[in-house]
Every structure is written in structure tokens, then in C-alpha cells.
Design a protein around this ligand. Sequence first.
Ligand SMILES: Cc1cc2nc3c(=O)[nH]c(=O)nc-3n(C[C@H](O)[C@H](O)[C@H](O)COP(=O)(O)OP(=O)(O)OC[C@H]3O[C@@H](n4cnc5c(N)ncnc54)[C@H](O)[C@@H]3O)c2cc1C
Length: 815
Amino acid sequence: MADALPDRARIVIIGGGVGGASVAHHLAERGERDVLLVERSELTSGSTFHSAGLVGQLRSDPVLTSMNVYSAQLYAELEGTEHAPGWVPSGSLRLASSPARMEELRRQAGWAQRSGLPLHLLSADEAAKLFPLMSTDGVLGAAFTPTDGHVDPARLCSALAARARAGGVTIAQRTRVTGIDLDPGGHVRRVRTDRGDVSCEVVVNCGGMFAAEIARLVGVRIPVVPMSHQYVVTAPLPAGTLGPDPLPSLRDPDLLVYYRQEIDGLVMGGYERQSAPWTATARSYDAIPADFNARLLTPDWDRFTEIVANAQVRVPVLADTGVATMINGPEAFTPDNEFCLGETEVPGFYVAAGFCAHGIAGAGGVGRALAAWVLDGDPGMDLWHMDVRRFGTHYRSPGYTLARVTENYESYYDIRYPAAERAAGRPLRTSPAYPWHAAHGAVFGEKAGWERVNHYSVPGSEGLRPRGWAGREWSPCVQTEHEAVRERAGLFDESSFAAIEITGADAAAFCAYAFAGRVDRAPGTVTYTQALNERAGIELDVTLTRVAPDEFLAVTGTALGPHDLGWLRGQARAGGQDVRIADVTGGWACFGLWGPQARELLAPLTPASLATADFPFLTMRETTVGDVPVRALRVTYVGELGWELHCSTEYGAALWSTLAATGAQPGGYRAIESLRLEKGYRAWGSDIGPDTTPDEAGLAFAVRQGADFAGAAALHAARARGISRRLRCLVLDDPHAVALGGEPVRLGVDPRADVVSGVTSGGYGYTVARSIAYAYLPVAAGPGTPLAVQVDGTWVNGTVAAGPLHDPTGARIRL
Ligand SMILES: Cc1cc2nc3c(=O)[nH]c(=O)nc-3n(C[C@H](O)[C@H](O)[C@H](O)COP(=O)(O)OP(=O)(O)OC[C@H]3O[C@@H](n4cnc5c(N)ncnc54)[C@H](O)[C@@H]3O)c2cc1C
């Protein structure tokens, strides 16, 4: 018998897998009763029932780590109830079978310290004591996380669903969503099912690999691809050979394999180098059969041969052990191996899907965050790396999405070096100056589909090559480009920066409320400003130009356009204002000319007076450069005199050629990064974000006093409480030790001191000749405080600097 279906519910969750059940449980736990979960078949009948159930907590992103830590705690807590999910706190081992992997393990140990997660580095022999079946051949070491474990996925899903039901959630199985209706304002208002319609205000799409199909009902693109993933359950192993009970799970990423105990045998799976997308092609979106529930795919032994061979290398007894079952199940993978969470561009339509084979580990944390997002309008933490708005419109292409997902799956266990570039789907988005860059030796990186110059292949000195990870993608050309900006002038292509136009009768009033800075100024002014959320956290960090009384242009980071656009539109909807907010990135090329000679190089090309009296810092003038009409903005992200020159895209190639002919040194984003670190300019997504307030970030100067703006009440409340931490510039004693972000930080020189923080961003400053890092430190840790940062596993001493290392008074930018 089908469960009863109400005709209305405030919140409808689609999907009865572990994701939907967890969202339902957490909504109920927050006291929300008006919730309906619909499942087209039966609970757990999607990807959840065939999961291997491993729960690993550590991720490079501390927020995701904290979510997984919460999951493990929740599953352990449920184990003591009538709805025990079969939680086994087995611990887990991760082996290093190569020097590079050992280096990665040391860095991961640092991430664990930063996140407060117990993780011990062990020798190969120590690891073998915990997992006696393993061969230690080629093993250089291991990381042991004692609080990891595994769980029975179907029982976990049932336990969460039972909790949700007990909390008042209605669960309707055998109820298929066939349509979703929007109101005239584009907001979710009704879900149509094969058993009747349900009016609602919010829909949470927990459709797993079906999430893309469900989102297509409202014209939203969720870039997930069903990928076949396989593991085997072995026959029982000889009695007494397994080792400790419970046996820790084991991952050997160099061999692409993982194992866990299954009664008296093992579960063994892996990530093949040759992936198998299911039903999605380069020309068409997924087409999962309507009756694909509680079903598996046909085992693909050919593809699994590589995994079997590798598995026997690490656990030789498997060569003589039979296979009881092979599981080949489809799972939703995303282009970057992170979840898809949050509200989409359709108001009221949320998603929690795309779990990339760590949905069991993540489900607890995901459910809690989504419940907060729906009920509070904010997940309560910085989920940018998992926010569905990180994907631009180019992911509407099934071919591009497939290429990125495939590359991601096939490199699942590869070491993710921060500066490494991906190859799939390139080139896609290019600046009008792209042919020039390519012809002049540019080395490109990719961000949000854009080809961006990392650096050119200019001759330079050998200079300083950092040790470890920072030295891997290092080039002496960056130093040459950096020094040119400080000493003469550099030229940069920033056309990828997202541009958002805000126009309309209420544009000025809207901006005055949405942004924390004083933006209601005369046309032609530029304001560096933030927009704050209800926790006073920094949601947006932009330069806002008032182009006309009713027109503003916000320039933000390359990958941040959809996020910033979504946030601004949400504010406009909430305020009911008459504004149009549009992404105009593609309409504009943008080039930065900066350095002490910028004025003298630019002056002969333009009729505008560039004298400070006529063209002060933080102003914009409409003029021409060469034959090109431009908006010239006197702003900088490198800490030198100069201009950003914005022109309509069709003029871009001509403008770049004109500027390149001035003799300014063309440079790339690596030089910009080094320059901005010296100057102390913040980067959203690393130094600042939704979890950091302007006061903590040292940006209080950019906030209006005594004004009413979004987040003002929270900011005032935070000020009344007083801040406990502040973003500080750190300099390390060893210039060859360069932090990249994520490294743990401890105060003082005592090696037993606790880790207090993590590096937000770091790099080398060529002008100041220092290794620089930024981190949030307790307020008392002021300038001169000694500290240590763990770079590639080694503690390096350093000191808190007094302020920006370069031009602390800002004199050079106001020349
Ligand atoms: C072989 C394999 C091994 C794995 N091993 C691990 C592991 O060790 N550790 C780990 O953390 N993760 C693992 N995973 C991943 C994990 O299983 C998934 O991430 C997780 O189960 C996904 O849960 P979900 O709720 O998002 O999706 P699902 O469980 O697929 O649930 C989605 C539900 O939505 C329903 N639905 C779809 N369309 C509609 C509609 N129109 N109307 C109503 N309902 C609809 C479906 O019927 C389905 O039940 C593994 C996955 C696979 C395939």
C-alpha cells in the first residue's frame, strides 16, 4: 500500500536515499513539521543500497571535514538507539606507496591537526600490525584515522527516515515527481506527482544521480553524471587471518584500491583509469530508465581487471580468494568531485546531490547544512566549494560536463596539487587577446572554463625555487613579471573577471542596502565593498562602479559570477525593488596596466588627463585608449599606480595590442598573486568568505558606520560581543618553505603548542623576498608574535607582520 499523500506541504524533499532522509531528519530536528519526502520507489533504492559504506572524515576542505566529522558522530549516536545503522568504528588506514604520496600524507596530517581530527602517521610495519593481510612491499608509510569507520548504508537511510517520521515528516514512497510548477515570479509553488499534486514553498532535490533529471523539470542544470562504480565482496578468508576485529578500512591510492571488512571477508573496490559513464553522452543528458530502482548494472570484469591486479599486490591473499558478489552501481559524480548543495537560480528550489561516492560519509553533515540553508536562508558555514552556484552556464553542455566528470573520476585517487591544471574541455572561454597570449608564449591555466595566463615563458633568472608542493608548478618567469610591475609597468588580461550590471529605477537604493560600503556616491566613483550575510559574513567582495545615476557595475572574481548574481537577485527579490541584475562578463574585456610607469605609458594613448587631480584613485572615466572607447578605472589589485581598462569585447584585441606596444611587461595570474600577497589584498574563497566578518578580515574601513545595510544588525551584534580572531600576515623564516593554503599554524616556539589556525593563502613575495602566509589568529597574537607553520610536514618558524609588507601607507597607488 502506498503511503498517504497530502495536497500541501511547506517543504517537499524529492528522493528517499541517504541524502533525502538526512535532510528530512535534520529539518524535523530543527522543529520543522511541515515536510513531505517523496520517493518514486522505496527508500534506499537508488545508489544508497549498493554503497560500500566507508566513512572517511578527512578532506582538504576543513568545512567538508567538519561535516564528515559530524556524520561519524551522528552515526555513532544512532548506533545506540533502536534504529542502529550498523556503525563500525573501525578506523582507517591510508597508505603511501610512493614518495609523492608520503609527502601528501604529511600534508594531510597537517590538515587533520588544523581540523582537530586525530590522525597518526605510521610506518609500514605499524600499519601492517593493524591490517595484517597487507603486504608492506613499497609502502613508505601510512596515515591512521582511528575515528573513521563504516556503516550499513540501507540501515543508515532507514534510521534517518525513522527519525524524520518520528519528528513529524511525512514520507510517501512509490510517489514519482513528474513536474514542478513555478509561480509568476519564478518561485517554486507546486510539485506534481503520479499520485496527485502537492502545493509547496520549497523543494529540496535529493535525487542522487537522478538530480539532473529532476532539475530539468524547472530548467535548472545540475551537472552530475551517473558513473558506474564497482567493488567486490570476497568469499570468507581463512579463519584467524583477518586480524583485529574490527579491521580498519584500508586505502592504497597509488594502487587505486580500497578495502574494508565484511564479516569474515573483505569488500574491495577501486577507481579505474578507464571510467564508464552511464546513459549520459557528449550529445545528450543522462537517460536513466524509469524503472531503475533497486537494480545494479552488469558487472564489467574487463574494466575491473586493473583493480583486481592492484588489489592482489597489496593484499596477496586475494589471489587465492574467491568472489562472493560483484557490485556495479551507478553513482552521481560532479565535475570537481565536490557536492552540489544549496539554492539554485530558481527561488525555493534547492539541491543536495552529486555525492561522488562519498555520500554516506557526507550525509549527516549535508542534512544539517541543508536544513539550515532552507530554514535560515544560510547554511551556517562557508560551503562555497560545494555550492551549486560554482558551476557556470557552460556546464549546460552535456559534452563539457561529461569530459570534466570523466577526467575527475579517472584521477579520483591522484594527488591534487593546488596549482595543477586540468585538461578536459579546454579551451572554452577565451579573451579577445587569447591569440596574442598564445603567440607570445603564454602558459595558460583554467578557471570557470576561462583560459587565463598563468605566466609567459619569459627569460628570467633561476631565482628561488621553493621546496615541496610550492616548488612543483614554479616558474622563474613569475619573478620577472612581478618585478616589472614594481619597477616599471606590467600588463594583465583580466577579461575573465565576472562583471554584474545593476540597473533600474531602484538601483541606487538597492546597492545602498545590499552593500556594506558607501556606494551611493556620484557617477564615476568606484567603491571597494563587501556584501554581508545574516551572520555578518562576507558574501560578496567586489569593486562597484557607479556608471550613471541608475547604473552600477560590480566586478568580482572569475568563478564567482553565478554565486554573486544569485545572492544579489535574492536580495532584490526580498526587497521587492525595481532593479535588473545581469551577468555582462562576456560583453567586456578588461586589462590592467600597473606600475610606477603606468601613467607615462598610458598618457600618450588617451585624451584624458591622468593626473591625480583629474583622475584620482577609485574613480572611473569614460575615454579612449588608442582607437578604443574604454571605461578606465583607477583601481589596483597589485598595489601600484595604474588602471583597469574595460572595453566592449569586439575592441579587446585592438586594445590589448595597443597596450602591449607600450612596452609594459605582459604578466599572468601567478605574478598577480605574489603582488597581492605583499600588499595584503584579500581573496574571497580563501582569506575571506561567508564565515568571516569585515572586522576579523581587517576590512572594517570598507564598511559604513551607523547605516542600515544587509547584515548590519549582525555586524553590530558581533561588534558588541567583540572579535576573537583577526586575519594576520605571517612571514616565515625560511624563504624556501612556501605555504599554499590549509597548513596548520601554532603560536609561539614551543613544539607542543596546540594548532590554533590554518593558512588561508600563501606564496612568495619577490619584492620583499619573503615567504608570506595569511591566517586568522587570536586577537592577542599581534605583530611580532612568534609562530610556526607546518609546510609539507615540517614546522617552519615565522612571525606576525605589522601590516601589508609592501607600501603600507598606500602612497604608491595614489601617486
Ligand atoms: C558502488 C558504490 C560504492 C559506494 N561506496 C561508498 C562508500 O564507501 N562511502 C560513501 O560515503 N559513499 C559511497 N558511495 C556513494 C553513496 O552510495 C551515494 O553517494 C549515496 O548513496 C547517494 O545518496 P543520495 O540520497 O544522493 O541518492 P540515492 O540513494 O540515489 O537516492 C535518490 C533517490 O531519489 C529517488 N528519485 C529519483 N527521481 C525521483 C522522482 N522523480 N520522484 C521521486 N523520487 C525520485 C530515487 O528513486 C532514489 O531513491 C558508493 C556508491 C556506489 C555506486
